[in-house]
Ligand binder design. Structure first.
Ligand code: NAD
Ligand code: ZN
Ligand code: ZN
Length: 373
């Protein structure tokens, strides 16, 4: 029997998203049908809408879904019908990086997340009798029902039974990326200074994680004063507006240089300036979506002589099945208060939610798509 759903279709940057009727394909053995309760809006959705990231359009986007499992394929052991789950990126499970539990760098990341169809080329969604691009991050969660996969579906641990899914959903991308960048990718050491450039969801998660790691000082840089104020609430010891000589102020604060800088802006000049602040053996982590034409320029002698590193980071090196429960644990202990970032919107307000993300008025918009109970 076909499963019908409502999904927000993206046709590009010239048109608003529209919620329309779609039909799900039959489940494969390793797939789950999830009724979406809530989904976060992430900058990467907009990067696809604007075709900075070349996922084929029209498509159903959304990659921070959380919901209730309705049905499972014959080989699924991760969750059963009725379970509460968080969805994240998908991976192949067979490549050299999946083998070492580094699935964010899956050799087959693209076909499993960004082609609009399953890795075998088959569609997961139909619209008016025709194939519709979906399976975005193995989910396409701007929808009431989705197909997810054994590898990108994480059961919410029992300790978090009292936490609503509408709070937990953003863990699957922006939050895990920022926190993972600090705790897993760069492995920030206690007592060393860190600079976080861009205080959006990813940057704020990095700041909270830097506090958990014991970094000191923790410097936030943004162009938005409200966000800088929130960054200080969440753990930044210093906050500088980029429009106001931030680099010179950081040099004055940390004359020996920074152990770590994390760029979440994707802006060429910001990354180069951040890099210039590194102490010997310092690490510059890059997570922001950049213009595909941009290239960085570094001084080779400083790069080699100081043993400095530049690190591209995807998904915060998260191994979903261990890191999402770890983050939920920090949240329950009050060390990862990401609820302060969230602003809620009803599903039909999806274009307002996107606008709120873009104009900076809400750090993490979350769409309420279905009731949890
Ligand atoms: N690598 C990954 O795995 C991964 C995962 C999630 C998101 N992303 C990308 O990371 C980036 C950040 O995501 P987000 O959700 O936090 O976005 P966001 O838009 O909420 O945050 C970006 C922040 O940068 C600030 N900013 C803009 N110009 C600046 C400047 N010159 N100096 C300092 N700050 C400046 C903005 O005011 C904003 O607060 C996006 O490009 C997103 O696509 C990457
Ligand atoms: Zn893989
Ligand atoms: Zn994302």
């Amino acid at each position: 029997m076909s499963v019908h759903a409502k999904a927000a279709i993206c046709r590009g940057s010239d048109e608003p998203l529209t919620i329309e009727d779609v039909t799900l394909d039959a489940l494969r053995p390793d797939e789950l049908q999830v009724r979406i309760v809530a989904c976060g809006v992430c900058h990467t959705d907009m990067a696809v809408r604007d075709q900075q990231l070349l996922v084929p359009l029209p498509a159903v986007l959304g990659h921070e879904g959380a919901g209730i499992v309705e049905a499972v394929g014959s080989a699924v052991t991760t969750a059963k019908p009725g379970d509460r789950v968080i969805l994240s990126f998908n991976s192949c499970g067979d490549c050299p990086n999946c083998e070492i539990d580094a699935p964010t760098y899956c050799y087959n990341f693209f076909p499993h997340n960004w082609t609009g169809v399953r890795a075998d080329g088959s569609p997961t969604l139909m619209h008016n009798g025709e194939k519709l691009n979906a399976n975005f991050f193995g989910q396409s969660s701007f929808a009431t029902q989705v197909i997810s996969h054994e590898r990108n579906t994480v059961r919410v641990p029992d300790e978090a039974a009292d936490l609503p899914l509408e709070r937990l959903c953003p863990l699957g991308c922006g939050l895990m990326t920022g926190a993972g960048a600090v705790l897993r990718s760069m492995k920030v050491r206690a007592g060393l200074p860190i600079g976080v450039f861009g205080a959006g969801t990813v940057g704020m998660a990095a700041i909270m994680a830097a506090k958990i790691a014991g970094a000191d000082p923790i410097v936030a840089v943004d162009v938005n004063d409200d966000r800088l104020a929130m960054a200080k609430e969440l753990g930044a010891t210093h906050a500088f507006n980029a429009k106001n000589d931030a680099i010179a102020k950081i040099q004055e604060l940390c004359p020996e240089g920074l152990g770590y800088v994390l760029d979440t802006t994707g802006l060429n000049k910001v990354i180069e300036d951040a890099w210039s602040l590194l102490a010997p053996k310092g690490v510059c982590g890059i997570v922001g979506a950049s213009d595909p034409e941009d290239n960085l320029t570094f001084n080779e002698a400083a790069f080699m002589g100081g043993g400095r590193r530049v690190m591209g980071i995807l998904g915060g090196d998260s191994d979903l099945k261990t890191f999402l429960p770890e983050l939920i644990g920090y949240h329950l202990e009050g060390k990862f208060p990401f609820e302060k970032l969230i602003g809620y919107f009803d599903f039909h307000q999806i274009n307002e939610a996107v606008a709120a993300s873009e104009n900076g008025s809400v750090v993490k918009p979350v769409l309420r798509i279905g009731a949890e109970g």
